[in-house]
Design a protein around this ligand. Structure first.
Ligand SMILES: NC(=O)c1ccc[n+]([C@@H]2O[C@H](COP(=O)([O-])OP(=O)(O)OC[C@H]3O[C@@H](n4cnc5c(N)ncnc54)[C@H](OP(=O)(O)O)[C@@H]3O)[C@@H](O)[C@H]2O)c1
Length: 235
């Protein structure tokens, strides 16, 4: 398998790299600052044939096209794209919003995944059983947002993930003729810089669950929203 993971230098993205190389995949591990990606560089040192580190800031058009040029110089096809990179700054609600912060969250969490898919679609069309996974969040579920327990969470982040989920559906329609499966998966509440130390599960459990979902999804599942255990999440 040939896989491209964004935000591969830490957290869930790094764990995807670790588990995919254990499955003999070749991973294009994309991150904004390769020279500072200590843990990823260490993984590459141990498995140099299996990891290509790709410089990619997902909000930067030039970086997107440069990363595409680099990946296509190394492979003719991609089997898996994981749109994992995201930001989740704390937001304090009405009275504290400013347009630049809102735009910067949407740029990473919602706009970039569309542009990454657009950039790498040709390589995915040539992949084997190609799949695109948008890493979403339970907070992006409109259904769950109406529950009072979710009210204290970041609203712009939630909106960005709800918008990402709509892109999943639209891209699933658009790419179905090319037999490319597109799904959203929520990783659970995971112990990372974003999830914090009190989260429910570690990256190992989250990513091994998501990889099982990725293994079993077929074309008829395209456009769906799963959690890391394989349960369907209401939009
Ligand atoms: N952890 C949770 O509990 C949880 C729950 C639900 C959903 N998620 C989702 O799971 C995914 C991974 O989250 P995580 O917990 O692993 O978060 P994390 O530890 O904060 O890692 C975020 C990753 O995104 C990268 N990133 C941010 N902006 C970027 C940009 N402009 N270009 C390229 N990379 C960028 C970061 O790179 P830098 O190191 O360069 O900043 C980092 O690699 C995200 O989509 C998140 O929304 C996480």
């Amino acid at each position: 398998m040939k896989a491209l993971i964004t935000g591969a230098n830490r957290g869930i993205g790094l764990e995807f790299v670790r588990q995919l190389i254990m499955r003999d995949a070749h991973v294009f591990a994309a991150c904004r600052n390769p020279s500072k990606a200590g843990q990823l560089l260490k993984l590459q040192e141990d498995s140099p044939q299996q990891i290509s580190i790709i410089k990619l800031d997902v909000t930067d058009d030039k970086s997107l096209s440069d990363s595409h040029n680099l990946v296509s110089s190394k492979t003719n096809g991609l089997d898996l794209l994981v749109n994992n990179a995201a930001v989740s700054p704390v937001d304090k609600g009405l009275g504290t919003f400013d347009s630049s912060t809102i735009k910067s969250i949407l740029a990473v969490n919602m706009v970039a995944p569309i542009l990454v898919i657009q950039q790498f679609a040709q390589l995915l069309k040539k992949g084997e059983h190609p799949r695109i996974v948008n890493i979403s969040s339970g907070l992006g579920s409109l259904n769950r947002a109406s529950e009072s327990s979710t009210k204290k969470y970041a609203s712009i982040y939630s909106s960005s993930k709800a918008a990402l989920n709509m892109s999943t559906i639209q891209m699933a329609h658009e790419l179905a003729d090319h037999k490319i499966i597109v799904v959203s998966i929520t990783p659970g509440w995971v112990k990372t810089d974003m999830g914090g130390p009190n989260a429910d599960i570690d990256t190992n459990e989250s990513v091994s669950g998501m990889l099982q979902v990725i293994d079993y999804i077929q074309l008829e599942d395209t456009g769906r929203f799963y959690d890391y255990t394989g349960k369907t999440i209401p939009w």
